[in-house]
Ligand binder design. Structure first.
Ligand code: MN
Ligand code: MN
Length: 306
């Protein structure tokens, strides 16, 4: 045997689990053949409730082992690898305990990777990581529309500079996103009725409207603008995502979320993240598997436009 590489593309569901769905572990973003880059941000210092999302990226990769055997993911009509070449960049490193270092590293990586023409899919981390991700994406793509799944609006004007409820209060002020073409889905905690200009499909509507109606509202709002999709796993009901910092009952099912995402696959979505997976509060990988399936959905959505 002359090949000394560890086989990370093992398609078993239990062996050699190091990367997301067995993608090559690589930081070669200059490689023109690469379309998409997956990376993790192991950070949880901005949480208001239960901590532990620093272990989110690792848990999502581990759970993705259950998804890597299926060459063509149901119900998509093509195989991911036929259309899209992706790599797993691993996790961003920063001085532990230093939120300003995290902000700088994540913004720089997001700007560099998107600037190289790649689509970035990020695993949080608590939701605060989306602020530097938006800063990095905006450097490449300009002001973006936001498609935001969450139980919370995260538009809170709070004094703390580092908290996971302030990103969408600050991002419009920084010119990173335009609320007029942005929409929030699954909201079921109190918010200002003008909601800083964002359209809201609240938790009850997200459960009662048809998938087609929700898809139609997102499509109408976002149109053909360049959009960033952020998925706080607490948009899902705690029955489907118990392992998260600030769970709120009355949320979406995983099935609905996957169908809504599939319905907006052809929008011009230039970046994705799934955040707030906190494995210490998870059971039987329910939450991390949901996050892994949502991240795989992002890759299929992107691939469907190639
Ligand atoms: Mn939330
Ligand atoms: Mn959030």
């Amino acid at each position: 045997m002359t090949d000394h590489k560890v086989p990370i593309d093992d398609d078993s569901m239990y062996a050699n689990v190091y990367s997301f769905i067995g993608l090559p572990l690589s930081r070669d973003i200059e490689n023109a053949a690469v379309d998409a880059v997956v990376m993790g941000v192991p950070y949880d210092l901005a949480t208001s409730g239960r901590a532990g999302t620093r272990s989110g990226p690792t848990a999502i990769r581990q759970s993705s082992a259950n998804l890597r055997w299926e060459e063509q993911r149901w119900p998509w009509p093509f195989s991911l690898s036929e259309k899209l070449a992706a790599i797993d960049y691993g996790d961003i490193q920063f001085l532990w305990g230093d939120s300003s270092a995290m902000l700088e590293e994540v913004e720089n990586h997001a700007a560099m990777i998107t600037g190289a023409g790649k689509t970035l899919v990020t695993f949080g981390g608590d939701h605060f990581v989306t602020l530097p991700l938006l800063r990095g994406h905006a450097k490449t793509h300009g002001c973006l529309s936001l498609i935001h799944f969450d139980a919370h609006t995260d538009t809170y004007d709070e004094d703390s500079e580092y908290n996971h409820g302030c990103m969408f209060y600050r991002a419009p002020k920084e010119g990173l996103i335009d609320p007029a073409s942005s929409i929030q889905v699954g909201i079921r905690t109190d918010y200002d009725r003008d909601n800083h200009g964002f359209e809201v499909v609240d938790g009850h509507m997200a459960n009662e409207l048809s998938v087609e109606e929700i898809v139609s509202r997102i499509r109408t709002r976002v149109g053909d603008t360049a959009a960033y999709l952020t998925f706080d796993i607490d948009a899902l009901d705690p029955a489907f995502a118990p392992g998260t910092g600030t769970p709120v009952v009355g949320g979406l099912t995983t099935s609905r979320a996957l169908q809504i995402l599939k319905g907006i696959a052809d929008l011009n979505i230039v970046g994705f993240d799934v955040v707030e997976v906190s494995p210490a509060y998870d059971h039987a990988e329910v939450t991390s598997l949901a996050a892994a399936a949502i991240a795989l959905q992002f890759l299929y959505m992107r691939a469907s436009r190639i």
